[in-house]
Design a protein. Structure first.
Length: 266
């Protein structure tokens, strides 16, 4: 397989009938599995393949399970998928977990305790569970690892992101998500993309304090690309601007209770 890095993202060869390779080097590969949903809430599902270990990132809803499974089968036998990362419990992220556990009952679920307590409401419990709060680093066979960083109230109290040290990609869940009917796999103009992120962040994210607190937690990570669960991937040329966007973001309670903040300041 040819080496593919973040610098190649803007020219990724995307075919909606095939998985798209986002990174490939040293026995470590990342794929966009996506779906053909044409709504503004299009969901991104990713696959991390590291030698014999394969982990889905945000496997998605039941509606698109068959499609995601087919994309996986174009890479490897679906029953060989060994784990799934669930950044929070919303159905567009996690509802297909029960379908994947039918495919492989020993599949490990990577998530936070706050998410884990809610997942059995999808109708399945007793599955292997990896607590990313208690164990924030997961070693992969190649020597790379996954680092899990909690992101409280962005937007769920138990939300977290996943940093892949091999690719230096950040799977950001709903952080830097965007709503977009004119969707592309990667962002072209960051200035044009801001409004699409605002459509999501202003209503869903809790506050500027939550955003800045999260940025403090990831300030030592070298990030080459940001891969959200909704919207387009942010390539290396947009990472710095994305961090500034989040640092300056006023959202959620900043907007709803702006009069209280103003009165306190005055």
């Amino acid at each position: 397989m040819n080496i593919i890095t973040a610098n190649d993202l803007s020219k990724a060869n995307m075919d909606m009938e095939l998985p798209t390779t986002l990174y490939a080097a040293n026995g470590h590969s990342l794929f966009w599995l996506g779906n053909t949903d044409e709504t503004a809430f299009r969901c991104n599902t990713y696959l991390i393949l590291d030698q014999h270990e394969a982990i889905l990132v945000d496997p998605g809803s039941k509606q698109y399970f068959s499609q995601v499974k087919q994309r996986v089968s174009q890479i490897m036998p679906p029953e060989k998928v060994s784990g799934m990362v669930l950044c929070h419990q919303d159905p567009d992220v996690a509802a297909s977990m029960t379908d994947w556990l039918e495919v492989n009952p020993s599949m490990r679920v990577f998530t936070t305790p706050r998410t884990q307590v809610l997942l059995p409401h999808y109708g399945r419990s007793g599955y292997p569970y990896y607590d990313v709060t208690e164990n924030p680093v997961y070693a992969l066979p190649s020597g790379a690892c996954l680092k899990f960083v909690e992101a409280p109230f962005l937007h769920f109290p138990g939300a977290f992101v996943t940093y892949d040290t091999g690719a230096r990609y950040l799977f950001s869940g709903d952080i830097w998500a965007a709503l977009d009917l004119d969707w592309t796999l990667t962002v072209n103009s960051f200035e044009d993309h801001i409004q699409k992120m605002n459509l999501f962040h202003l209503d869903y994210m809790a506050s500027n304090l939550a955003a800045r607190g999260f940025l403090k937690r990831i300030e030592n990570l070298v990030i080459d690309a940001i891969l959200p669960q909704h919207g387009s991937i942010l390539g290396p040329q947009h990472v710095a601007a994305a961090l500034v966007y989040l640092r300056n973001l006023r959202c959620g309670t900043d907007i709803i209770y702006a009069d209280i903040e103003s009165n306190n300041g005055g």
